[in-house]
Structures are given as structure tokens and as C-alpha cells.
Design a protein around this ligand. Sequence first.
Ligand code: AHR
Length: 499
Amino acid sequence: HSARLAIDPSFVVGPVRRGTFGSFVEHLGRCVYTGIYEPGHPTADENGFRGDVLDLVREMGVSTVRYPGGNFVSGYRWEDGVGPREERPTRLDLAWHSIETNEFGLNEFMAWTQASGTTPMMAVNLGTRGIAEALDLLEYANHPGGTELSDLRRKHGVEEPHAIQLWCLGNEMDGPWQLGHKTAEEYGRLATETARAMRQLDPNVVLVACGSSGSGMPTFGEWERTVLTEAYDEVDMISAHAYYREEDDLGSFLASAVDMDYFVASVAATVDAVGVARKSPKKIAISFDEWNVWYHQEEDPIKASGGRWDKAPRLEEDVYTVADAVVVGNLLISLLRNTDRVHSASQAQLVNALAPIATEPGGPAWRQTTFHPFALTSRHAAGEVLRVAIDSPGYENKRFGSSDLVDAVTTWDADGSALTVFVVNRAQDAATRVEVPVGAFGDVEVVEALTLANDDHHWRASAEDSTSVLPKPNTTARVEAGTVSIELPPVSWTVLRLR
Ligand code: AHR
């Protein structure tokens, strides 16, 4: 196969946002306990934070981290997780049918964000709770002192306010599985009133309203319209969540980014229609704050727990294939391509639960296949995102009809003279040769090309072998007469760095 990409430095979509490379730590399974936090682990620091996991999080280039849920937040009492550990209550976590000991809470998470060099995205509980508790949490976290709750934080050893800026107004409130699930009207009112109150306390907050928990939800579209008809003036972003998985048809799965593009375009159109009706100059951005490949997405938590109430059970521990990693890389291509609208994104999740990082209690931490495209995209996307006109052969698949064999995005950092192409080959039968005329960028040379692929598209990393399939130098990349060419193996993800 062969394909051609047309790029030009003046085709700017928008800036590369660090916020695109966010992740998510939920009190779910072993994401927190024996994931990021495991006192007594050989690599743990004085706070009990696993050093091996911290190293991998830094290597991955994670920016913001959403916390503490997820479905968990809709039953969470934030105050259970602060103050002396021995006084913290043990509770039932209804979302994941687990026991929550509250050993790890707000102040530990904030210390962990400092240790990992990440910034927090905090969610308030609008399931079993409301405005008053959201305000209490905001006062505890962000008010300097001199009030009961801010002084309580200081008493708990945190003198300076956390200054948390980014807040989610609940989680997936459109989903019937959500504790305190609401209609769009009910949620729209609650989100509006909570947002207004939070801004009265701290005008610096950036607020995300819940959009649909998937584009397949029966209320998708109508939910966004109704919520924003109430909340338009009070919020900055609306959330989008999407999970993909390989079913019987690898071709459809490899084209998952087509759905993500469609999802972003549909949410943008819906929220803009609300803006037009209100004659508002304001644009609501999208926070794509849950996205990933996830195989256990329909599993009932009660069944998954075997009916037991365990602490940190093994839940949602997907083991990812090379094809999954190609899709993750392609979803990042989609998020970057939509940088004009998607201002924040979080891969769900960070450790163990549907995650790029896996750990064993007391044992090693390792990179899943999906770690690599995330880490390399976060490291090398810089400057501005350029629109790419793709001229690619198509292939038939069940879900989308015909999809392009090749998908790509480009970033251009004029200051550092770095031109970077992120590209996937979805062909299963053969390599695809890709040509990119780069004359408009002056004299260009190849700095590096790395490709993730394997003859067995379903190879998975494990504690025993996480290194035999890694992104490898692609030696076919060359520049001739102002055109870059590269050969992409079947089912592959590539970063091509040019200067
Ligand atoms: O990321 C796992 C779960 O997926 C989250 O808790 C929930 O928000 C979504 O349904």
C-alpha cells in the first residue's frame, strides 16, 4: 500500500496542550493501593509512594491526574480521607463492591502529584452529595486559613493551600449505574448551582460539567444540550468518555479513532448550538477525561468481586496487546488533531486498573504495550498541531464501512525546528509506504523514527517479559528531493522526528 500526507506550517489547528497527556487515578481495584501507594514496598518512600511507579509515571510524561473517581467519587466522603490515619473510617465502596480503608486521601494524593510532577484534576461528589459538601472540600483544599476547614487542613500538616484549579462536577451522572444518577434537568441544575457556589469561594477554578459517558448512550446529545442550557455560563468544559476494545473484527477496532473524531465533532456541534441559541460569544471546550482501550467495561462490579467485599481487589486488570497499543497511539492522534476543542484529556487509568503501568504487590512494576505510544507522544509532541490532509487507500470493516489505512497528525515546533509525525498503519496484510512532502519546512532531515509493531499483533507484556516488543528504530525513513518517506509495517504505530 502507499499513502501521502500533505502538511504545511501555516495549517495550524492549535497549540499542543500539556493537558492532552493527563491520566486518572481512581480508588478502583489496585490503582491506589499496591499501585501508586504501597508502604513497605522495597521502593516506597517515607509517604508510602512506590518509587518504581513514580519513575514510570515521570517517564510516561503524564500531565494532569484526575482523582478520586470515576464511579467511586459518587459515593465518596472526602473528609474520611484526611486527618490522622488511625481515626479514618473503613467504608463500603458501592461503586466497585470493595472495602475502602481511607488510608490514602486528598492530602496524600496532593503530595503524590508533587512527587510525580503532575497537576491535579479533582472531582466532587454530586451523586450522594451536593453543593455544601463540594464547598467544604474546596474550602479545605484551597482557602489559605482562618476558617474552620482551612485551619483543619493546616492542623493536618498542610500549611499552604493546595490551590487546585481543575474540578469535575461529578462523574457520569447520565449513567444509570452511577450512585445518585440524575436526569439531565436535575443534573444541569445541580451542576449550575454547584459551579456558581464554587466560583464564589474561589474565582480561579476551572469547571467541567459531566457530558455523556459514551456516544452510545440513549441520551447522548440531548443530555449535553439540556445540561448546558442550564450550565453554559457557569462551566468551562464538558466531559466526554470513550472506551474501545477488539471484538470479532480487528479492522473495526483499529479504526476506533474514527469514532473518537465523530464523538468530538458531535459534542462540539451540540454545545455550539446551545451557544448560538444563547447568543453567547463563549466557547465550551471538551474535557476528554476518560478514554482508553478497556475489555471489562460491561462487567458488573458485584459479579467481578465474586460477591465479596475486599480491599484493593484485582479488578479491571486488562493486559494489553500490540494492537491495543496501536489504537491508543491512534486515539492520541485524534485528541491532538482536535486540540482546538479538546483542552484536557485523561487516559483511564494510570496503574493496574485498565492501565499502561502494571504492578505486583511487593514485586515489580512494568510497562504494558500501551505505555509506549503515550510516553513517546507526550515527549515529542511540541509547538503547534498542524492539520494533515491524508490521501490513503481505504479498507472495509464492519463498524465504519470504509476507513483510511493510514491516520496521522503532525506537530511543528518552529522555535526548536522540530517537525514530528505520529502515524499508524491499520493494514493487517502488508506494509504501507507513506510519503510526506516537506519542502514548506525548508531543509529537513530525519532525527529518529521509532515504530511499535510485532508479527503477533496480540503479543502482551508481562512481569516476566515486558521488553521483547518495544518501539524500534525504523531504518526505512529517508528524505529525498524534499519528500520524506517511510515504510510502516502492518498494524503499527510510529513517531517520525524531523528537523
Ligand atoms: O474508568 C473506569 C470507570 O469507567 C470509571 O469509574 C467510570 O467513570 C467509567 O464508567
